[in-house]
Design a binder for this molecule. Structure first.
Ligand code: CDP
Length: 785
């Protein structure tokens, strides 16, 4: 066949429209709550009104008698089946339904299963629980005081509330660096508790077939395979008898990584009752009981020479984990990625100490659009560097430039032992400064100050680390963090790609098809991408921490290459030449020196089923499990200019410039969408998102009227730029990007607001920065009007 070769060969870097949007834009998405099975029952959860109490008794008789109620499940009933407690993804335990005590407000105490969701809900009010209140611990500082009530006294060997103590870096080298320093700059802050608050709350439909015993669980899960394994271990069911299906997911952001009691009780109830059971969480349930983020105290010092050269870094961190250690942390890296706390800077020595403590609050500390604790680490170093710039009287831009890891230093081993793959920090900084018009803005800021107006400029020149991860270091509950792709090309050249990761809105159905298209020349519209069904996709650890592109994206490229190798053999057979005589030109093989003799990938696929050489296995399909050799290290510069009103403390974003480098971009439009979403969440953390507690452990921030999330009205305009520094070890040079903007931007916003007041000595404003805090700081600094 000698058809003209017109196909576009390169599918990377093209803003292909999202394939999945057809169904979303027509209202045809299929979320868990859209699933309705014959004979399905509905479950509602009774939650504890108090943060810490002994349970004397639970009387469910009136609820059970309400017409329409089928069953009331308590911890006592679950205990009979050895299901009252379950493992968390960090290897701790968490109550499914409380038995002895409640340990946080909102804890799951009992569940009603009824014919109708409203009856299930109404019946909750008929359950009588007799609580004996206990002293409440709401901060990790209180929790670690000698004599504090031991929250996890269910564990026989637990005498205090400390969960972990972890250190990284070299304490002696750090001491020496501090001894040599001209200046030591300190910074202390609290990264408050916030919540991923995805648009869709958590929920499931559990359907245990009474005949076959097979459990089919439709579930809001970011990690269906890992969850299936945990279900198998908890329930003692064989894995082939558990199918977890994550249909369309309305946002996850880390919130749908942990396993929640609702999933377990619904499944147990379906098993016991022989009928499907649906549980859909309400908004308050989601905000008060599911994985929160941050709640993290940080303090540290930077040792510098007078000229601004950084010599050493010391950091102490304390984490409030709630009453169970339930965020997903690699077992070898307990403190997560505090290890990149040295940021984009060549700091020769560092010592990082971190502790985690139980409190009477919801478990979590989940990576809200972040890899483990990288958001906190990034925020800390970017705020510390700005503070150092003020203390040394060096422009924050200049101080950063003097300390950046230089391009020729990559691969760069940080003082805490991580190997950064590639970077060019100055290029991203220069681009952002140019876009912002930094010098002009500085001049305007100086003029404005003379006129009594407050303008602030804030930067974050962040590095982050995504793509968990190399199996030698990264696991969740012992499950290694590789990922997978299975590709099948059918006789007519149309393909199905099955991946181990799980999209929640990131557009994998498009970008992963683009990766295959780029490797095989099959256009994306001819490739169906499937995910989120444990019976029908290869094993993988799921989507969070921007790991999909670095892991399953790499697996997709590698499996495509495997198929291309086989297609070469098939093409050689068809063209009656040796495979080495063929060259690949993007979507076909052509004979070297005779380009009119060609075989397209579609023709090779057809031959795989109709005309394969004798001795060759038929078919064109394969699977790859990809174990990345390293993480990827995206980076960027975010620059923010704000104006502060001296009469009210209100601050307004005037400009927000974001230059990101995530290596090779598969789909620039999707990448920009990811960045804009992440910047919005970063702005939200800086300006308004807060979950807090009173001294009795009552959660303040349990509805959207007091947990504030930004609408388009509050969200600033973002100006995006890019540089491209490919990852040297990723098959297509891509780095993850989904979380970069959430990780990097809060520091840029806070740095900008602080900068507006810095000439009057203000150094710190704790997030979220409402006008009240700015006003207070202005009053103290004599800037208020
Ligand atoms: O794991 P998650 O999907 O949340 O994060 P990601 O790997 O950073 O990818 C987010 C989306 O951006 C996916 O659709 C990626 O394929 C896409 N992406 C891209 O087009 N180019 C990159 N260099 C990185 C991500």
């Amino acid at each position: 066949m000698t058809q003209e070769h017109t196909a576009e060969q390169h599918w990377l870097g093209r803003s292909v429209k999202r394939k999945e949007d057809d169904r979303f834009l027509q209202g045809k998405g299929n979320y868990v709550d859209d699933i309705n099975l014959p004979g399905m029952l509905h479950m509602s959860i009774l939650r504890s009104p108090v943060a810490h109490a002994r349970i004397n008794s639970i009387d469910t008789s009136a609820a059970a008698a309400l017409p329409g109620v089928v069953a009331v499940v308590t911890g006592e009933l679950l205990a009979q089946h050895n299901l009252a407690w379950m493992p968390t993804l960090s290897g701790d335990t968490q109550a499914v339904l409380a038995t002895d005590k409640v340990r946080m407000q909102g804890q799951e105490v009992a569940c009603v299963i009824a014919e109708d969701p409203y009856v299930a809900h109404d019946a909750l009010e008929l359950i009588e629980v007799d609580y004996d209140p206990l002293p409440v611990v709401v901060t990790p500082q209180q929790s670690l005081e000698p004599g504090a009530p031991v929250i996890r006294d269910d564990k026989e060997d637990k005498q205090d509330n400390r969960i972990y103590h972890w250190e990284a870096g070299d304490p002696e080298a750090t001491e020496r660096a501090f001894a040599e320093a001209d200046r030591v700059v300190e910074y202390e802050t609290f990264y408050p508790r916030c919540h991923p608050a995805p648009m869709e709350t958590c929920g499931c439909v559990a359907d245990v077939d009474p005949v076959t015993g097979k459990a089919t669980i439709y579930m809001t899960s970011q990690a269906p395979h890992a969850h299936r394994t945990v279900f198998a271990l908890v329930a003692g069911l064989p894995e082939h008898q558990i199918q977890i299906i994550s249909p369309d997911i309305g946002g996850g952001f880390g919130n749908k990584v942990p396993i929640y009691p609702g999933y377990v009780v619904a499944t147990a109830a379906s098993l016991l009752l022989g009928r499907p059971v649906k549980w859909i969480e309400d908004r308050t349930g989601n905000l008060i009981s599911t994985g929160f983020a941050r709640d993290f105290y940080m303090k540290g010092q930077l040792a510098l020479r007078e000229d601004g050269r950084m010599l050493g870094l010391r950091v102490n961190m304390l984490s409030d984990q709630g009453y169970a250690y339930a965020d997903a942390q690699p077992s070898k890296l307990k403190a997560g990625l505090f290890h990149i706390v040295t940021g984009s800077y060549d700091i020769p020595a560092a010592h990082v100490v971190t502790d985690g403590a139980y409190t009477n609050k919801a478990p979590g500390g989940v990576a809200y659009r972040c890899s483990f604790r990288v958001t906190e680490a990034s925020f800390f170093i970017e705020r510390l560097v700005q503070t150092a710039a003020y203390e040394l009287g060096i422009d924050p831009v200049e101080l950063r430039r003097r300390n950046f890891i230089r391009p020729e230093q990559f691969p760069y081993t940080s003082a805490t032992g991580f190997v950064y793959d590639s970077g060019n920090y100055e290029a991203a900084l220069d681009k952002a400064l140019e876009m912002l018009g930094y010098e002009d803005l500085k001049a305007e800021q100086a003029r404005a100050r003379q006129e009594g107006k407050l303008i602030g400029i804030g930067l974050a020149t962040f590095t982050e680390v995504v793509g968990a991860g190399p199996s030698k270091d990264y696991d969740i509950l012992g499950l290694k963090m590789f990922d997978s792709a299975e590709l099948r090309v059918h006789p007519t050249g149309k393909a199905i790609l099955k991946i181990g990761v799980q999209t929640q809105g990131q557009g994998h159905e498009t970008t992963f098809a683009q990766i295959v298209a780029n490797e095989l020349g099959i256009p994306p519209q001819d490739i169906l991408v499937q995910h989120g069904d444990t019976d029908n996709t290869p094993y993988g650890l799921g989507t969070y921490a921007s790991r999909s592109t670095p892991t399953a994206g790499a697996a997709t490229a590698m499996v495509s290459r495997k198929l291309r190798d086989k297609a070469r053999e098939l093409a050689a057979h068809l063209l009656e030449v040796a495979p080495e005589d063929l060259e690949w030109v993007g979507d076909r093989f052509q004979v070297r020196g005779a380009p009119d003799r060609q075989t397209t990938i579609q023709e090779a696929a057809f031959a795989a089923y109709t005309n394969h050489p004798q001795g060759m296995e038929a078919g064109l399909e394969g699977v790859t499990y990809y174990d990345p050799p390293n993480m990827t290290y995206p980076f960027g510069t975010y620059a923010v200019a704000v104006e502060v009103d001296r009469g009210t403390g209100q601050w307004k974003v005037r400009r927000m410039v974001a230059v990101d480098d995530c290596g090779v971009r598969i789909n620039p439009m999707i990448v920009e969408g990811q960045i804009m979403g992440g910047l919005t969440e970063g702005f939200a953390m800086a300006a308004m998102e807060l979950i807090t507690f009173d001294e009795l452990g009552n959660c303040i921030g349990s509805t959207f009227s007091d947990y504030l999330i930004p609408t388009s009205w509050e969200t600033p305009k973002f100006e995006l730029g890019e540089t491209v520094t490919p990852s040297p070890h990723h098959p297509i040079g891509a780095k993850g990007v989904g979380e970069s903007a959430t990780v990097g931007s809060p520091a840029a916003f806070v740095n900008a607001v602080v900068d507006a007041l810095a000439h009057a000595g203000v150094r710190e404003l704790e997030m979220p920065i409402g006008p009240d805090k700015v006003w207070q700081a202005m009053v103290e600094a004599g800037l208020a009007e």
